[in-house]
Write a protein that binds this ligand. Structure first.
Ligand code: P6P
Length: 349
């Protein structure tokens, strides 16, 4: 007599239904679960995150084939608004984020490291009340060497009509962000995000073409062994930062990790604990990293995970920029690790 098939929906011995449920916990579903409602705002953010996921998939696909295709790697020969040489991947990824939001009715404006002024998607304005701020490829120096890279994003609610396209409402503190996160293009492609209800990570399952929930409510260790900084800049820093580096050099238990892509280094700090820092220099006290689409989104995320992010004198999320591409010093990580760096600054070393 043959064994009757298990009724669908009941858990089976191997827990296969549980894995089915996990495989169905996609990004868009998870956002709705976070809201525990289906209001228009919840639906909007769910659709927004789904499109950011699509952008991540398109960039990941391009990166995975970069060595096999013409015209993917290398420089364009142009300089961006930051005066930096532009990689072909920078341009491609920048265009991807614009394309995924066309005909979405969601995002009216996109502000990017690669564009001097925000890009408007006319068909979405004024209906679309959201603005996407993003660094399409963070760590583009790693593109031609097959090392980890990232994309960083933040979502803000448009304030006012912005009829003159000045986007002046974007010059506001990071506490105005309604969502933020990053995509990490590494051995696997991960998307980590928060809508202010904790930090959650997803892993791209290429066989499904979906980001599947990996970890919910991530918490950064308050203290870790990793310090992540480009020590090649040692002699350009203020003395307090040199004193901190001398401290970790002579103190047992610290390890230096630095990849050249902030998303990769900060993901390590989120998972294992520690601190990432990019101080200003005597010549450029404002630092290298940008506030609105690099430091503020990452600060939002790390604070949601129980960590801290500061300029050394002020919480990153409290800084109100005077210009779109404003730069900032950044110290970000576990509470105790950030406090240790601050102690050298406050003691006026
Ligand atoms: P440096 C990449 O260009 C980036 O913005 C961050 O991702 C990275 O941490 C940093 O700059 C690297 O800068 O000066 O150490 O090469």
């Amino acid at each position: 007599m043959t064994q009757a098939a298990e009724p669908i929906g009941l858990s089976t011995n191997d827990g296969s239904d549980r894995s089915l449920d996990r495989d169905c916990t996609t990004l868009s579903r998870h956002v709705l679960q976070q809201f525990q409602t289906f209001t228009p705002e919840a639906q909007d953010l769910s659709a927004l995150m789904n499109r950011i996921g699509l952008a991540g998939k398109l960039v990941a696909r391009r990166l995975s084939r970069a060595g096999l295709m013409e015209g993917v790697l290398g420089f364009t020969g142009e300089l961006n608004v930051q005066g930096e040489s532009v990689k072909k991947m920078d341009v491609y990824a920048n265009d991807v984020f614009i394309s995924v939001f066309k005909q979405s009715g969601l995002v009216c404006r996109l502000a990017s490291e690669e564009m001097e002024n925000p890009y408007y998607i006319p068909e979405n304005c004024p209906l679309g009340r959201y603005t996407l701020l993003y660094d399409p490829i963070d760590g583009s120096s790693n593109t031609d060497t097959n090392l980890s890279l990232g994309s960083i994003f933040a979502i803000r609610q448009q304030k006012g009509e912005d009829l003159d396209h000045s986007a002046s409402d974007l010059l506001a503190s990071g506490r105005e962000q309604i969502a933020a996160g990053y995509i990490l293009y590494g051995p696997s492609t991960m998307l980590v995000y928060s809508i202010g209800k904790g930090v959650h990570s997803f892993t791209l399952d290429p066989s499904l073409g979906e980001f599947i929930l990996t970890e919910e409510n991530m918490r950064i260790p308050t203290q870790g062994s990793v310090y992540s900084v480009n020590e090649g800049n040692f002699w350009q820093w203020e003395e307090s930062f040199r004193e901190y580096i001398r401290y970790v050099h002579r103190t047992e238990g610290y390890s230096a990790r630095y990849s050249g892509a902030m998303v990769s280094d900060i993901h390590r700090v989120l998972v294992q604990g520690g601190v990432f820092l990019y101080p200003g220099t005597v010549q450029k006290p404002e630092g290298k990293l940008r506030l609105l689409y690099e430091s503020a989104p990452l600060a939002f995320l790390i604070e949601q995970a129980g960590g801290r992010a500061t300029t050394g004198h002020e919480d990153i999320l409290d800084v109100i920029p005077s210009k779109l591409h404003q730069r900032t010093p950044l110290i970000i990580g576990g509470r105790e690790d950030v406090a240790k760096v601050e102690s050298f600054i406050q003691n006026g070393h």
